[in-house]
Design a protein around this ligand. Sequence first.
Ligand SMILES: [Zn+2]
Ligand SMILES: [Zn+2]
Length: 258
Amino acid sequence: MLTDSHAHLDDARFAADREALIQRAWDSGVDRILTIGNGTGPDDMGCGIPFAEAYPWIFTSVGVHPHDASKVEERHFEMMESLARHPRVLAIGETGLDYHYDNSPRDVQQEVFRRQLAIASKVRLPVIIHTREADADTERILRDAGPLKGVLHCFTSSRELANAALDLGFLISFSGIVTFPNARDLAETAKAIPVDRLLVETDCPYLAPVPHRGKRNEPAFVLETAKFLAAARGTTLERLAAETSENFTRLFSAPETA
Ligand SMILES: [Zn+2]
Ligand SMILES: [Zn+2]
């Protein structure tokens, strides 16, 4: 049993063989996937719901990616709050700040991030946070938002931000990036995360782990990231899989499906 806590199953790169790769995930021991509800932009935030309705072991979220923050209109927040009440929607996100690409102006990213945190707190769902080169603002906005549960996904930031997130009660999720030979510092951070705060993910179709690096990523490959983290942390794959699955169940109040 293994949980892919972050996938983009709606991505166009999966159009030709989506059902086959979902089956491949199951066959390789992935018994839960959280597919992210960002889609191609705010109008598409419900994109994960059809998967979550079709497969009892797939769940979804609703949110606006920081790249798309400038496309948000007031009606999208209403849509988010309404879709968040769907029983298969377990989280708000991914939302956050991306100062690497700066696809939307930073002040707009911050406002749209804050609004989504407010919705999460109103509907009592955890948040899935995307943060890139925005450590200080991410920490400040999370602290200002008050008590929330959530995860910093595809973590690549500093040890300081990891510690701040842990202090706020958040979990930290690692993608295939942690397996890259040039990501030694990140692997050191991953070793130091408390066992009850760790998640694994693919963020597919992006960021395939070694030995699939450079290829299209898919949920079955979460196994490679889990193997890497188990070895780095001096534990077994079975234990790491069980612990990260338990953490997923607890954070997202997710049903067990195995
Ligand atoms: Zn992300
Ligand atoms: Zn993502």
